[in-house]
Write a protein that binds this ligand. Structure first.
Ligand SMILES: Cc1cc2nc3c(=O)[nH]c(=O)nc-3n(C[C@H](O)[C@H](O)[C@H](O)COP(=O)(O)OP(=O)(O)OC[C@H]3O[C@@H](n4cnc5c(N)ncnc54)[C@H](O)[C@@H]3O)c2cc1C
Length: 459
């Protein structure tokens, strides 16, 4: 079977590895001149690689840990202590150990106890997710933990993921987070540990490519799919010219390059809008309005990330949730408070994180303009900060970064198998109710490969 996989992110590479190892001839097409999609890395100089967007794993991320082991790299993942803080009311408040909750000043003592008790009850007794699918996190938190808990803790946490749509997020998303974190045991009770691959995420991508190529497949970077059309029982993928990524994300703007290639099956790991744009009109008609409408019904927020190389430490924490709405960003992730600077020849890196609706004016700024815009906010968190600390600044944005998981989301997810036999879609909108992440991209890649092969068996 000739199979085209569109997208060389974690999902596409995992599915490609499964399909190639199952004996199929796999070609992976990727728009970007590198691997990894949202988890892609870059060379920050001196041969050191760092993700464009901050990345870590939780101890509950078992699918990706199993994939590292399967690829012969069981020791590639390192588990390191994490440190978390909230910036609220002009100060940083540690939120590392359970005791920190009892000392957490932005909440009254009574509110701290109420919040702790409600979280514990949910972790212990709320096995059925259904009730949490029908209510927003805000409504549930305000009812069970109180208004203060929403304003000081959960609102800012959700804003760190969903920006201004935090108020609309379904409780099931938080339910899943709290229940998964329950697996934290032993020494992790005192201080959570997070995972990071010794050689960055790039080592995983390289191992997946080796597996695909070793089984006779191809991974074609800087080679996007411009158009997919039907041909009898199969498909034709029309690739676009190298450098097309400069024209943006919409494949209709890419110039087709050379003859199309014929495939028996196609697995697209593209965001919903790009998937629709890549379909030739006749194929889109075959996919049908009902499926396309489901895809269009899901909203994405964009990620905007400013990565700064700084000449000294910015804060004592790895992860700072910004619970002050007057600041123009939602999180500060000081990577070198998690992985020691010695790994990077003594260099230090800080990510300034944002999630924004499409069209937001901050998305139009370059790195220098963004730093100028963030300067006052950074000084609010650390009054000593000066732009003179910044040695390099890189700016990245990802339009399909975060699907907005509102009430009833589970009923709106497009299934992996489209109505067209042999055409499967697998992307972050189908990760539910867990928080999308590389672990679930691995799980989805496995499921998508199985769905494609089952689809095949039935045809
Ligand atoms: C700011 C941020 C922080 C994150 N932090 C974490 C974290 O700490 N831990 C964690 O586990 N996860 C994290 N994630 C999420 C994680 O990166 C994603 O869930 C995961 O990488 C998604 O993988 P995917 O393969 O499903 O999608 P993508 O990575 O989006 O892959 C889709 C691929 O398709 C390609 N493509 C697009 N158009 C075309 C075309 N026309 N032809 C061919 N290819 C095309 C894209 O370039 C891309 O490579 C974070 C994400 C962001 C944005």
């Amino acid at each position: 079977m000739r199979i085209a996989v569109l997208g060389a992110g974690v999902c596409g590479l995992t599915a490609g590895h499964r399909l190639a190892r199952a004996g199929h001839a796999v070609d992976v097409y990727e728009r970007w001149p590198g691997l990894g999609g949202q988890a892609a890395t870059m060379d920050v100089g001196d041969g050191h690689r760092l993700e464009r967007y901050y990345h870590h794993l939780f101890t509950s991320d078992t699918h990706i840990a199993a994939l590292f082991a399967e690829l012969g790299m069981p020791d590639a993942l390192e588990w390191r202590p994490s440190s978390v803080a909230f910036f609220a009311r002009g100060a940083l408040h540690p939120f590392v150990t359970p005791l920190d909750l009892l000392r957490f000043k932005p909440l009254s003592p009574l509110a701290r106890v109420r919040m702790g008790a409600a979280a514990l009850a949910l972790q212990r007794f709320a096995a059925d997710r259904a009730p949490y699918e029908r209510i927003t996190a805000r409504a549930w938190i305000e009812r069970r933990m109180g208004r203060q808990a929403w304003e000081a803790v959960w609102g800012p946490l959700l804003r760190g993921k969903f920006g201004e749509r935090a108020d609309d997020i379904a409780m099931v998303w938080l339910w899943s987070k709290l229940r998964l974190r329950r697996s934290v045991k032993g020494e992790d009770v005192r201080q959570e540990r997070l995972g990071y691959p010794r050689e960055s995420w790039e080592a995983l991508f390289a191992a997946l490519v080796r597996s695909i190529e070793g089984a006779g497949g191809r991974v074609l970077t800087d080679r996007p799919a411009a158009r997919v059309e039907r041909e009898r029982a199969g498909f034709v993928v029309h690739p676009a010219a190298p450098g097309s990524f400069r024209a943006g994300h919409d494949p209709r703007r890419f110039a087709a390059d050379g003859a199309g290639e014929r495939y028996d099956r196609v697995l697209a790991t593209l965001p919903n809008d790009v998937f629709e744009q890549v379909l030739d009109p006749a194929l889109a008609a075959e996919v049908g309005e009902a499926y396309l409408a489901r895809m269009r019904g899901i909203e994405y927020f964009a990620a905007l990330c400013l990565l700064l190389e700084i000449d000294r430490r910015f804060s004592p924490y790895y992860w700072t949730n910004v619970a002050d709405r007057t600041l123009p960003f939602v999180g500060l992730i000081e990577h070198t408070n998690f992985v020691e600077p010695e790994r990077y020849g003594g260099r230090r890196f800080l990510y300034v994180a944002n999630y924004l609706p499409h069209g937001h004016e901050l998305l139009g700024l370059d790195a220098a303009a963004l730093l100028a815009r963030y300067d006052a906010g950074l000084r609010a968190v650390n009054p000593a900060f000066s732009p003179a600390w910044v040695k390099h600044a890189w700016r990245f944005s990802e339009p399909a970064a975060q699907p907005i998981v509102t009430v009833g989301y589970g009923d709106r997810i497009p299934p992996l198998r489209t109505p067209v036999p042999g055409l499967v879609l697998a992307n972050t909108t189908q990760v539910y109710p867990e928080d999308r992440g590389t672990n679930y991209a691995v799980r989805l890649g496995d499921e998508a490969a199985s769905a494609l092969l089952a689809h095949v068996d039935e045809i």
